[in-house]
Design a protein around this ligand. Structure first.
Ligand code: ZN
Ligand code: ZN
Ligand code: ZN
Ligand code: ZN
Length: 305
């Protein structure tokens, strides 16, 4: 049935919401009014946390942004939830109509709140309406786990993710800015079961992820090797790297700038931002009877001046 019924089912379990005790609301307000000492000692804190509660949509529990709607009894609801409640106020079940709550919108505009990544080190305080935009770009926002082989949902800062890669994904860790890696696969014709490898390099006081993956590009199976920087894009640009692969007197060289791990490995892979090796060439480099993939990839990371 419609989603509206869910809300009503919910309300039946919580009858006190249907008939809000108005005295209680008044009491709450007068409490804050009389508590002058508390407000004087902690300016804004008590006030803003109760205003913040007012700005929480009773249905989705998210912070509300304009247009904020209200029913004729004054219950508010966010613009995302309004179309889903079939014109019934989810709090009092009265007709919702189309009343905007300008007063609350204006109160919100006067609020200043800390960035939600405060616990990650961001000290920023932002006006209510620009907080979301800041948070979407905050340099303290956690990174997703860069491991490609699973649907890992771990997030954290770089030191946390480095430890996570080592401990939970058993990723190879290397110190130094040069590498010489052999990728061996006995049945290279099964590209579908994506061959992929991740190695983490530590150099210049930073961490880099070297990815090696097999994937199907249209009809053609290809291999790709690329580097990602464990940090933000503006810092990634300070580094360059080169990759080399070859055999039988031939050599392919790639030079690039590592991508930030803010870009998912799939996004980087699908933009071909790395050393691409067609399978035919890869098997040719491998030598032998083309039954086994044996690639030696060498490379170097350096810091741009
Ligand atoms: Zn909502
Ligand atoms: Zn209502
Ligand atoms: Zn922030
Ligand atoms: Zn992970």
């Amino acid at each position: 049935m419609s989603t509206g019924n869910c809300y009503f089912d919910d309300l039946r379990n919580k009858p006190e919401v249907i008939d809000p005790a108005q005295d209680e609301e008044l009491l709450e307000v007068s409490e804050h009014m009389n508590d002058a000492t508390q407000i004087a000692v902690k300016p804004n804190l008590t006030v803003s946390s109760s205003v913040r509660e007012l700005l929480e949509c009773p249905v989705c529990l998210n912070a509300m942004y304009p247009p904020i709607h209200q029913c004729s009894n004054g219950h508010t609801i966010c613009s995302g939830c309004k179309p889903r409640v079939h014109n019934r106020c989810p709090t009092c079940r009265h007709e919702l109509g189309n009343i905007r709550c300008l007063a609350l919108e204006k109160v919100a505009a006067s609020l200043e709140l800390p960035c939600k990544y405060q616990s990650f080190g961001c000290m920023g305080i932002y006006p209510y309406y620009s907080k979301l935009k800041h948070e979407s770009q905050c340099s303290f926002r956690p990174y997703n786990c860069p491991y490609a082989g699973s649907e890992c949902t771990v997030i954290g800062d770089i030191p946390y993710l480095v430890a996570h890669l080592k401990d939970d994904h058993k990723v190879d860790m290397h110190n130094g800015s040069t590498f010489n890696h052999r990728y061996v696969k006995s049945n290279p014709h099964e590209v579908e079961n994506a061959t992929w490898m991740l190695t983490v390099f530590s150099c210049f006081g930073q961490y880099f992820c070297l990815h090696f993956e097999a994937f199907q590009h249209g009809m053609a199976p290809v291999y790709i090797a690329f580097l990602r920087f464990m940090g933000d894009d503006n810092e990634a640009k300070n580094y360059s790297y080169s990759l080399e692969v070859g055999g039988n007197g031939r050599k392919m060289i790639w030079q690039g700038i590592p991508r930030s791990i803010r870009d998912g490995h799939r996004k980087v892979r699908d933009s071909f931002d790395g050393l691409i090796i067609q399978r035919n060439i890869a098997l040719f480099f491998s030598g032998g009877d083309r039954k086994e993939l044996k690639l030696r990839v060498t490379g170097r990371i350096w810091k741009e001046q």
